[in-house]
Design a protein around this ligand. Structure first.
Ligand code: HEC
Ligand code: HEC
Length: 244
């Protein structure tokens, strides 16, 4: 499992970067023959992002490239800063945002938060019905015996997240979800302190992670997939990125 994810993490993104590199050379060559300088629109700024995240931030078929569209703007902004400050590690992302200003990152985050492309069809389950049932139970009820709060207590009953900075969990691939929970457990992903997701993730076993990731990836998006309003839920643990 670990191996499968890490080879994807390395090789597919490299291929995508190569593609972007070629596109860059091509547009540079084109620019030389163009009379007018290219206009600095939001679409042109995010062009380097879309090979991996889709034209409207809908994600791609690659299990590992996450959807950005419709996630709360402050959540996306926090992640871009996390990559810039190395609180999250994924070399192509760390590299792309190294020299971008807070203001620029804010504009990119706002742009993707406002995109509304359709959600992918829910994944077909590849685990047993018992594992799916366990995943559903953890997401909706938590694991009281281990002090794991319900994921829905913070990510919303519709799992579409909460403004301003809690992301939705629908529309993500199982491999991406389990890799993120794994990154929190191993300490390679951090959020603003107190890092409530670290507290949640370290209470989960490998089997729990597999169960929640599998169940979440099989859930269709709700009719109106917008994040819940700010402060509409009282988070059961303190989260630095979602002050209440
Ligand atoms: C080479 C492929 C690639 C490119 C190009 C790329 N990304 Fe990413 N991005 C990823 C991957 C893979 C992740 C998940 C990394 C991880 O945490 O393991 C990610 C994560 C993110 C996240 C966090 C998503 C979340 O839900 O937590 C944001 C925001 C983001 N990227 C924005 C951008 C923006 C903006 C650009 C363009 C400036 C960009 N990305 C370009 C592959 C890419
Ligand atoms: C106490 C509130 C809280 C609870 C409970 C909680 N989360 Fe989170 N979760 C957050 C916050 C806040 C973030 C954003 C962290 C950041 O800024 O990186 C987050 C982010 C995530 C992400 C990253 C999404 C992405 O696009 O990269 C995943 C995956 C996730 N949570 C899964 C879960 C699962 C599964 C559970 C239940 C086992 C859970 N969360 C329970 C608050 C919570």
């Amino acid at each position: 499992m670990e191996l499968r994810v890490s080879s994807r993490r390395i090789f597919r993104p490299l291929l995508a970067l190569l593609l972007i590199g070629t596109a860059g050379v091509y547009s540079a060559a084109k620019a030389q023959t163009q009379p007018n300088p290219p206009v600095d629109t939001m679409e042109s700024r995010v062009q380097g992002c879309t090979a991996c995240h889709g034209t409207h931030g809908q994600g791609t078929d690659n299990d590992y490239f996450p959807r950005l569209a419709g996630k709360p703007a402050d959540y996306l902004y926090n992640q871009l800063v996390n990559f810039r400050e190395a609180r999250r590690k994924y070399p192509p992302m760390n590299y792309l945002v190294t020299y971008l200003s807070d203001d620029y990152l804010h504009q990119i985050a706002t742009y993707f938060s406002q995109q509304r492309p359709p959600y992918p069809p829910p994944a077909t389950p590849t685990v047993s019905p018992a594992t799916l049932a366990r995943g559903k139970d953890i997401v909706l009820n938590g694991i009281p015996g281990k002090n794991v709060p319900a994921c829905a207590a913070c990510h919303g009953s519709q799992l579409t997240g909460m403004q301003p900075a809690i992301p939705g969990l629908v529309g993500l691939h199982a491999d991406y979800i389990s890799a993120q929970l794994g990154a929190w457990r191993s300490g390679s992903r951090h959020a603003i302190e107190p890092d409530c997701m670290h507290a949640v993730a370290i209470r989960l076993t490998d089997d729990d992670v597999n169960a929640v990731a599998s169940w979440l990836s099989t859930q269709p998006a709700p009719q109106n997939p917008v994040p819940a309003p700010a402060s509409s839920l009282k988070t059961p643990l303190a989260c630095g990125s979602e002050p209440q």
